[in-house]
Design a protein around this ligand. Structure first.
Ligand code: NAP
Length: 317
């Protein structure tokens, strides 16, 4: 039986499955392992089932025991792993695409709705108990007829586009490569982020965290947006320069934000917590029982497939 280090606690049924297939070293206390502890626990293991909270950088990969042949990430994003360093050591890295698309797109829509319709302010008023209906109370921005810019029209971006269209939004997008018309389904492609941002009444960030996308929302690019635009991010916190965003909110250039993910999370820029129009969630994108089960099952299956066949369809390096 292959020995596998599972770095975070999984749902019970998934841990049972992992224990049936492997000699699984589970993390029943759900402790966040330091890099040193992860290295120590990986001694004698054949594979690691990691999560987005494990920073498996080049230095860590260089120190991994030779027995480690696969790192199966329990996420579709893999910005937490230096995949090139892993490739150099012949360690396969896998992810869990598709199974989390719908759940994450739901949260993307919640961010759009929450930010556009001033949900945070509404909740705060309800808690104060001294609110009253009036014709101009908490006037928000309506989705119908608004232009939605999608940065990263991949699996999640396209699912968001489909949902947003049913709310009457007009879809615009930017990818490095244009989609085929039948996949675009009427969405308008933009050759540059300047072009996309300038028509985005609402932006939904759905692209991966890479060197190219780091701080793609910054002091300069925030200027491209129409005044009063709304920016939402369901992908990764790395894409936003938080200081620039806070300034844009304070100046009312940006009307509201909807965030599920943060640079350096679980730390959140303290100014976001003071912004009345910020609708912010604690990284809930894939957090449904159905999806978390499917993700863990796929992460386990990736390891099983790799050890059984030497191949795996979800290898990313
Ligand atoms: P995907 O199918 O690979 O889509 C990513 C899209 O981003 C592609 O269309 C890609 O198109 C585009 N892209 C890549 N680099 C770009 C750039 N520099 N500029 C513009 N577009 C760029 O991935 P997915 O499954 O939709 O997942 C997207 C991301 O969502 C993941 O990487 C993950 O970080 C995040 N996520 C978050 C949660 C959560 O819990 N909040 C859950 C799941 C996923 P091109 O290659 O043509 O550029």
């Amino acid at each position: 039986m292959k020995k596998v280090l599972v770095t975070r606690k999984l749902l019970r049924s998934c841990e049972d499955k992992a224990s049936k297939l492997f000699d699984a070293n589970l993390n029943s206390n759900d402790e966040l392992y330091s890099q040193n502890k992860l290295l120590k626990l990986s001694e004698g293991c054949d594979g690691i089932l990691s999560s987005l909270t494990d920073k498996i950088d080049e230095e860590t990969i260089k120190k991994l025991p030779d027995t480690i042949k696969i790192i199966s990430n329990f996420a579709v994003g893999f910005g937490n792993i230096d995949v090139e360093a892993a490739r150099k050591r012949n360690i396969a890295v896998t992810n869990t695409p598709d199974v989390l698309t719908d759940a994450t797109a739901e949260i993307a829509m919640l961010l759009i709705l929450g930010a556009c319709r001033r949900a945070n302010e509404g909740i705060n008023w309800v808690k104060k108990e001294n609110w009253k209906w009036s014709s101009d109370f908490l006037i928000g921005k309506q989705l119908t007829g608004s232009r939605l810019g999608i940065l990263g029209m991949g699996r999640i971006g396209r699912a968001v586009a489909k949902l947003a269209k049913s709310f009457g939004m007009e879809i615009h997008y930017r990818n490095r490569s244009r989609l085929k018309p039948e996949i675009e389904e009427g969405a308008k492609f933009h050759e540059s982020i300047k072009s996309l941002f300038s028509v985005s009444d609402v932006l939904s960030i759905c692209c991966p965290a890479t060197k190219e996308t780091k701080d793609i929302i910054n002091k300069d690019t925030l200027e491209y947006f129409p005044t009063g635009a709304i920016i939402t991010n369901v992908a990764r916190g790395d894409m936003i320069d938080d200081e620039a965003m806070v300034q844009a909110l304070n100046s009312r250039k940006i009307y509201a934000i909807g965030l599920d993910v943060y640079k350096g999370e679980p730390r959140i820029h303290s100014e976001y917590l003071k912004q009345p129009t910020a609708f912010i969630l604690p990284h809930l994108g894939s957090a449904t029982k159905k999806t978390r089960t499917a993700m863990a099952d796929l992460a386990i299956d990736n390891i099983d497939e790799y050890f059984s066949t030497g191949k795996c369809k979800n290898i990313i390096n």
